[in-house]
Write a protein that binds this ligand. Structure first.
Ligand SMILES: NCc1[nH]cc(CCC(=O)O)c1CC(=O)O
Length: 321
């Protein structure tokens, strides 16, 4: 095994690379993809990269909106303990679930190529096609506000739990429609056989910041793992997702704020678009910016510009600090 980053061969003489992940089916699928990418990139054997699943608080508490019980930290807390304590070498995350402020001792050192960023509507072929007064299942402030901005007649019902649970709730008639990330469905190989569905165009229906991206986190001082993971980084995905996260950080968004944002590369230019909504979707403020890698403050400037134009129904949901 030549070409391995410095220090990795010595580790592999003792033990496998330990890749921490949440235990949900989607998280496990993403961790397996990450392990496969590492083996492929560095010519490692199956047993040299090992998955270490942990049950996250966010997966245990499924009867309340996350915003009410501790927010995104509930997805990362247990993994952070393992990574910080050295029980694992890497944490694999759905970037959408990772807080914008991470412990300084950690570093998101790589991202896998981004999957389909779109939301998938289940239960109808379009938002317009939903019947008057339809019940829409979600726990996402963004999705609720987006739906209600187009269709104020629609009511929302709380939908939590993993992808399979939410599909089951829809099939059981707890709601008429729901939205799920295409990335999750695709990575799970979910075929949705027989269900009416539609992938919503990301030009007109912006997804959540970081949707469809998988990130790999290391301890900042772990140079061998930084180099190992850096070898599988998909630069375009990292640039776009870091831009979306910079916007979110500057906005001071929390679990109650409805933010849709998507960055795309256009040659060397990053094109970042965003929309903020009031809780009921009645008010919205959108904008966009184009910038190159040398202009790291562009997402923060867009955030400030959006908040400056936003009515109080929106600004009260943010704390730009
Ligand atoms: N908040 C749950 C969550 N976190 C990441 C995904 C899907 C995968 C992704 O967006 O990368 C999902 C499910 C969903 O929104 O349907």
């Amino acid at each position: 095994m030549t070409g391995l980053p410095e220090g990795i061969a010595e580790i592999l003489e003792q033990r496998p690379i330990r890749l921490g992940t949440r235990a949900s089916p989607l998280a496990m699928a993403q961790a397996r993809m990450t392990a496969a990418a590492l083996r492929e990139r560095w010519g490692l054997a199956e047993e040299q990269v090992e998955l270490s699943p942990v049950v996250a608080s966010g997966d245990r508490i499924t009867d309340r909106p996350l915003a009410d019980v501790g927010g995104k930290a509930l997805w990362t807390r247990e993994l952070d303990w393992s990574l910080g304590g050295g029980a694992i070498d890497l944490s694999v995350h759905s970037m959408k679930d990772v807080e914008t402020v991470r412990p300084e001792t950690f570093l998101i050192a790589a991202m896998l190529p981004r999957a389909d960023v779109r939301d998938v509507l289940l239960g109808a072929t379009s938002i317009e096609a939903l019947p008057e007064g339809a019940r829409f299942g979600t726990s996402s402030p963004r999705r609720a506000a987006q739906i209600r901005s187009m269709r104020p007649d629609i009511t929302t019902v709380l939908f939590r739990g993993n992808v399979a649970t939410r599909i089951g709730k829809l099939q059981a008639g707890e709601a008429d429609a729901t939205l799920l990330a295409a990335a999750g469905l695709d990575r799970l190989g979910e075929t949705l056989d027989g269900m009416v569905s539609a992938r919503l165009d990301s030009d007109t229906w912006l997804p959540a910041p970081s949707q469809g991206a998988v990130g790999i986190e290391v301890r900042s001082d772990d140079a061998p793992m930084r180099a190992l993971v850096g070898g599988i980084d998909h630069a375009e995905t990292s640039i776009c997702v870091f831009a979306e996260r910079a916007l979110l950080l500057a906005l001071g968004g929390n679990c109650h704020s409805a933010v849709a944002a998507l960055a795309r590369m256009d040659g060397d230019t990053v094109h970042l678009r965003a929309i903020l909504y009031s809780e009921d979707g009645a008010d919205e403020v959108g904008g966009e910016t184009r910038f190159t890698g040398t202009d790291a403050d562009a997402p923060a400037r867009l955030a400030a510009e959006l908040l400056a134009r936003a009515p109080a129904t929106i600004t009260k949901l943010f704390d730009p600090g």
